[in-house]
Ligand binder design. Structure first.
Ligand code: NAD
Ligand code: UDP
Length: 328
């Protein structure tokens, strides 16, 4: 049976997650309008989609109102890496809060469904482990991560107020660390940092003693979860954790990247950033029960694909020698 064609707006569509989501929705026969201000996103991420008649890209900052037509909205616009969201913290809060107000206003006018890309950062440095959606978090409201954490928390508040006050059809997903091809090579997140450092034979920068944990989800699994959430019945609003419930220490990740790249890089220790959460792992019982969703890609497999991507990218840019030359 042919699926009904929808017009789908993706804010932050030229970013890491947004570009994968665009690709998947187009492959599913939908029309995609990608809106991005290219702060951390890149045209390269969507270059292969630009000739597709179902795809349209528009440069726009969501802190300004947007007048377009759409049936569904995925609100992903916001820098996700600590380095980038702390670069201009006021703009980060504006993007999360004013951006959410603008997109919710648009959804209200259009009677469109709207999904918010929230984050495990709403749990801050969690006192409960693993984190269920009912946990209210332990966030420092005045620290360097607050622009992101509190911005995303306020966006959640706005989504639920529009839901209660205006009967808007909302979805809120709390995304845990996700990685894969098209992460920005300089975006400072741990997976891209370690892989790029290992491939270049540079020191691997381990912050603190590396015992802090994260749960790493491969991008394809995450996108599948987001699309299931959008397609779920309207009473499933979330917030819904989406992540891979396999806890890994950052030190273990460094060892695994060294093993998989065959790198001779050494590990060097750097100070742990302020308010860096010590433990992070999602409880995904809700996503399992309500969306029949769970990640399928093992960390080792996802890392191999991501390493292959960065290997190609850095070779094309002449930043590393082709594999054959390097082995000689
Ligand atoms: P990303 O930085 O690659 O993508 C964000 C995109 O938003 C970029 O293309 C950027 O240019 C765009 N953008 C930023 N501010 C904007 C603005 N004001 N107007 C228009 N566009 C703007 O990050 P990502 O990993 O793809 O994350 C996408 C979303 O998912 C973000 O909202 C992030 O908070 C959320 N998230 C991601 C992760 C993860 O591990 N990747 C985890 C939790 C939450
Ligand atoms: N990290 C690290 N070395 C790096 C980059 C990050 O040890 O080069 C650590 C960081 O301190 C944190 C974890 O890896 O404990 C995940 O960091 P990331 O910036 O990827 O995401 P977040 O802290 O937002 O989960």
């Amino acid at each position: 049976m042919p699926i009904a064609q929808k017009r789908i707006l993706i804010t932050g569509g030229a970013g890491f997650l947004g570009s994968h989501l665009s690709e998947r929705l187009i492959a599913a026969g939908q029309d995609v309008l990608c809106v991005d201000n290219y702060f951390t996103g890149r045209r390269d991420n969507i270059l292969h989609l630009l000739d597709d008649p179902r795809f349209e890209a528009m440069r726009h900052d969501i802190t300004e109102p947007l007048y377009i037509e759409a049936d569904e909205i995925y609100n992903l616009a916001c820098p996700a890496s600590p380095i980038h969201y702390q670069f201009d913290p006021v703009q980060t809060t504006k993007t999360s809060v004013i951006g959410a107000i603008n997109m919710l206003g648009l959804a209200k006018r259009l009677k469109a469904k709207i999904l918010q890309a929230s984050t495990s950062e709403v749990y801050g440095d969690p006192a409960l482990h693993p984190q269920p959606e009912s946990y209210r978090g332990n966030v420092n409201p005045i620290g360097p991560r607050a622009c992101y954490d509190e911005g995303k928390r306020c966006a959640e508040t706005l989504f639920f107020d529009y839901y209660r006050q205006h009967n808007l059809r909302i979805r809120v997903v709390r995304i845990f660390n996700t990685y894969g091809p098209r992460m920005h090579p300089n975006d400072g997140r741990v997976v891209s940092n370690f892989i790029v450092q290992a491939l270049k034979g540079e020191a691997i920068t381990l912050y603190g003693d590396g015992s802090q944990t994260r749960a790493f989800c491969y991008v394809d699994d995450l996108i599948d979860g987001m699309m299931r959430m959008m397609a779920a019945p309207d009473d499933i609003t979330g917030p819904m954790n989406l992540g891979n419930p396999v806890e890994t220490s950052v030190a273990e990740l460094a060892e695994l990247v060294i093993e998989l790249t065959g790198s001779r890089s050494k590990i060097v220790h750097r100070p742990l950033p302020i308010d860096d959460p010590i433990q992070r792992c999602p409880d995904i019982s809700q996503a399992r029960a309500l969306l029949d969703w769970q990640p399928h890609t093992a960390l080792r497999v996802g890392l191999q694909r991501t390493i292959a991507y960065f290997d190609r990218l850095l070779t094309e840019r002449g930043e590393i020698a082709p594999a054959a030359e390097a082995a000689a």
